[in-house]
Design a protein around this ligand. Structure first.
Ligand code: DGT
Ligand code: CA
Ligand code: CA
Ligand code: ZN
Length: 582
């Protein structure tokens, strides 16, 4: 049985209230359940434990009927009364409540009169005109529902790291500017640096939670308020991104931050570790489950880990993929930091499909504090990207040498190419041409539909070329837009180790490719990566931060990343025959 949380208890009570309301129960009864949910959410103490122990007597607002139900729920994991209510409705029925403008009364009428049991039913009923003729609805309401459904479709997506980070930092600034906010942080998948995020989660420590949630719900950036109570507020931004704010006390803050950072799997593992020490851990604090267990003092999130005998686990690693075991043995890797990067290799200019000239890209790199920048424009087969032919490439090499003569002590430019890997695994330039370059990134840009075996052999053939320094965006995926093509990661990683080919970590937020789940294995085999923004604009150099996030998520250290090395070391690396590069 998965551990029941305080939120679970409150959610069930709220759902009961909703279902009773639909069935036309008297308002006092439904209100009792709603109030119960609020009390459970805000209760100062381990309400889950008390419910499990049937120790709820005397809590104001939780009558006998609720006490029994909470006890059943906390001790068995489910509640028969709730399940019975629920079973009277089809699976997709509960989605209807998420449609803007549909309250329990309207949902009840739609269900009773038109048999609407899902979002799809609702859409069909609106389109056929049935909803418009229903008493209490009308043309206008039906049109509004259709609009809400369209918006819901547009919103029912995940968001890229760039969109999410931008919004989160802006909101964090707003939160931290409030005098009643003692500390604030974003949690959830964004803090863990996942490649996409479903919604944003904010935790704020404050002395006045209700004032903070109310202020939050009235911000200019709010498109609509999903729900707003005394301790929690959920809103949509204009772009459809949902933001959940939880207002907690300063003492609860580290626990809430830890809990809502997740992942769920990490939390479950952590909680069972706590139980072995006689401690129950939830989003509000530690409580003793054994008499002899002392309650640890916690000021910061890291104190929670320390109390459980663990090294502090960076958020990026919290996916329950071995991080807890490593932390218990004090063997967590020392992860790369954004400040470790000294240059980067995969960047475009107006010579192919970039928006800025060589000089503009170079100036942007200087502004960012980089010591070297690799230029890798497309090769001739990528004609839609104005790929360079041999003559234009040789002219670009000259321009790069000229830059290095005049400004090389500020920023060294490396002359490269993002050379197409053709369908048979040969390259778009001859070895003679490639030999004129400082380095080359080889990428697949066409013929995506080969079967896995053929695609893998195609890429391996390219990696076996002495001139291919690194492999660009391994799978070609475009997050939320285009799936990865079929390719065998194990074989590619093995080949990279054998041929000393670097595998790029393409940190364009559209790609984040190779996927973070593979880096630890690659690292263990001695494969190097280069964190590359695939910049088509000076601003895109900022993508490097997403790259370090994903590299950290992949357990990578500074020494696993080529572009953390000083310029002189890179020059030595590139001058060494590929098979002997270290
Ligand atoms: P997302 O928003 O889909 O990108 O992913 P998360 O990880 O941000 O998920 P979210 O926003 O639903 O919840 C934030 C964190 O709260 C999640 O990572 C772990 C914690 N959490 C939420 N619900 C539960 C739960 O039922 N059990 C446990 N153990 N943790 C939960
Ligand atoms: Ca989230
Ligand atoms: Ca959330
Ligand atoms: Zn490319």
């Amino acid at each position: 049985m998965p551990a029941i949380t305080r939120e679970d208890l409150a959610d069930v009570l709220e759902e009961i209230a909703l279902l009773l309301e639909i069935q036309g129960e008297n308002p006092f009864k439904t209100r009792a359940y709603r109030q119960g949910a609020e009390i459970v959410r805000g209760f100062d103490g381990d309400i889950v434990q008390r419910a499990a122990d049937n120790d709820l007597a005397g809590i104001k607002g939780i009558g006998e009927a609720l006490q029994q139900k909470l006890h059943e729920l906390a001790s068995t994991g489910s509640l028969a009364f709730h399940q019975n209510l629920r079973s009277q409705y089809p699976e997709g029925f509960f989605d209807l409540f998420e449609v803007d403008g549909l309250g329990p009364k309207k949902v009840a009428a739609l269900h009773k009169e038109l048999g609407v049991g899902s979002i799809a039913d609702l859409k069909a009923a609106c389109e056929s005109g049935k909803v418009a003729t229903l008493s209490g609805f009308g043309e206008k309401t039906a049109a509004k529902i259709l609009e809400a459904l369209a918006r819901r479709e547009a919103f029912a997506t995940r968001f890229r790291l760039s969109t999410a980070t931008h919004a989160a930092e802006m909101i964090l600034d707003l939160l931290r500017s409030r005098p009643e906010v003692l500390r604030a942080q974003y949690a959830g998948s964004l803090r863990r640096s996942r490649e996409t995020v479903g919604d944003l989660d904010f935790i704020a420590a404050t002395t006045d939670p209700a004032a903070l949630t109310s202020w939050f719900s009235r911000l200019d950036i709010v498109h609509d308020v999903i729900a707003c109570g005394d301790t929690k507020c959920s809103i949509h931004l204009e772009n459809g991104l949902q933001c959940d704010l939880r207002a907690v006390s300063n003492d609860q803050f580290p626990f809430a931050l830890q809990y809502f950072t997740g992942s769920k799997e990490h939390n479950v593992a952590l909680r069972s570790l706590a139980l072995k020490r006689g401690l129950s851990l939830n989003e509000y604090g530690f409580t003793a489950t054994r008499k002899d267990a002392g309650i640890p003092t916690v000021h910061e999130e890291s104190d929670i880990y320390k109390a459980l005998g663990l090294e502090s686990i960076p958020p990026e690693l919290r996916e329950n993929r071995g991080e807890i075991e490593a932390a218990a043995q004090a063997r967590l890797p020392r992860l790369i930091d954004a400040e470790n990067l000294r240059g980067t290799f995969h960047n475009h200019t107006t010579a192919s499909d970039g928006a800025a000239t060589l000089e503009e890209m170079a100036e942007a790199a200087i502004d960012l504090g980089l010591r070297y920048l690799g230029i890798a424009d497309h090769s001739k087969s990528s004609f839609q990207a104005r790929g360079l032919d041999e003559d234009r490439l040789l002219a670009q090499i000259d321009a790069i040498h000229a830059w290095n003569r005049s400004r090389g002590d500020e920023l060294h430019l490396f002359a490269g190419s993002e050379v197409d890997i053709l369908k048979d695994g040969s390259l778009d330039f001859s070895d003679e041409i490639l030999a004129r370059l400082d380095y080359c990134v080889a990428s697949v840009h066409a013929a995506f539909t080969l079967d896995e075996d053929t695609m893998t052999r195609r890429i391996i053939r390219a990696m076996e070329n002495e001139h291919v320094t690194m492999l660009g965006h391994l799978t070609g995926r475009l997050l939320l837009r285009r799936d990865a093509y079929a390719v065998n990661h194990e074989k590619i990683i093995d080949c990279a180790a054998a041929t000393r080919t670097v595998i790029e970590l393409n940190c364009s937020p559209q790609r984040l490719d190779m996927d973070w789940r593979w880096w630890r294995k690659a690292r263990d085999l001695g494969v190097l990566t280069s964190i590359n923004p695939d910049a088509h604009h000076p601003d895109h150099l900022q993508f490097l931060r997403f790259g370090t996030g994903i590299a950290r998520k992949g357990w990578l250290r500074k020494q696993d990343v080529l572009n953390t090395r000083p310029l002189e070391d890179i020059q030595t690396f590139l001058a060494t025959p590929k098979g002997r590069r270290k």
